[in-house]
Design a binder for this molecule. Structure first.
Ligand code: MN
Length: 196
């Protein structure tokens, strides 16, 4: 009962300024549970010769097993001129991005019903936050290459790239569903499904 009153009190106080958050990853039960705590090579530029003109080099629990239970990870992003990180979301992490080199336009969209785009053009040293679960993107809008470094609040943030999820699902989502959902002809859905 005392706990319930406390929760209500916290709810009342937090609802004035922000939304109540349910915790994600459990707190560690020990200092660390795997000895591997290092990785190297993050100074090396990723190869951006691909249709998106972007290369993401992750440093998460798959690269450093010592991140297990610690709720944190990194990613380096290299951008060719006009390279795009397509709209995507991380189901388990907030992302904080720092531009190390170049000029990067970034944005995220708030959830329904507002779907408000929060966007900014970032220069070297600028920082931007993408709240957990929200769809976001990045684009190099300078003439040279760009580099950014993201920190993410999960050992394994996960990535859902919207186009791949919707048009590249295996097996495919029915074109009836997609044609109605996007309010376009089925031939347009087929064209998109072929690309993904
Ligand atoms: Mn991201």
């Amino acid at each position: 009962m005392a706990n319930q009153i406390l929760v209500l009190a916290v709810l009342t106080m937090t609802s004035l300024t922000c939304t109540l958050v349910i915790a994600f990853e459990p707190s560690p039960l020990q200092d660390f549970c795997v000895a591997d705590t290092t990785s190297s090579g993050l100074h090396i530029a990723g190869n951006t010769s691909n249709p998106l003109g972007v290369r993401i080099t992750p440093v998460n629990v798959a690269q450093i097993s010592g991140l297990n239970t610690l709720g944190i990870s990194l990613a380096r992003i290299d951008y060719a001129p006009w390279g795009v990180t397509p709209p995507h979301t991380h189901p388990r992490a907030t992302e904080i991005l720092t531009v190390l080199e170049g000029t990067v336009a970034v944005g995220f969209v708030t959830s329904n019903p507002d779907n408000k785009l929060i966007s900014k053009v970032l220069n070297k040293g600028d920082v931007f936050v993408f709240p957990v679960g929200l769809v976001h993107y990045q684009q190099n809008v300078g003439n040279g290459t760009a580099v950014s470094l993201s920190s993410l609040s999960s050992q394994n943030p996960g990535v859902i790239t919207i186009a791949n999820s919707v048009f590249g699902a295996n097996p495919s989502i029915s074109d009836d569903v997609l044609a109605k959902a996007f309010q376009v002809d089925k031939s347009i859905i087929s064209d998109l499904q072929i690309k993904f």
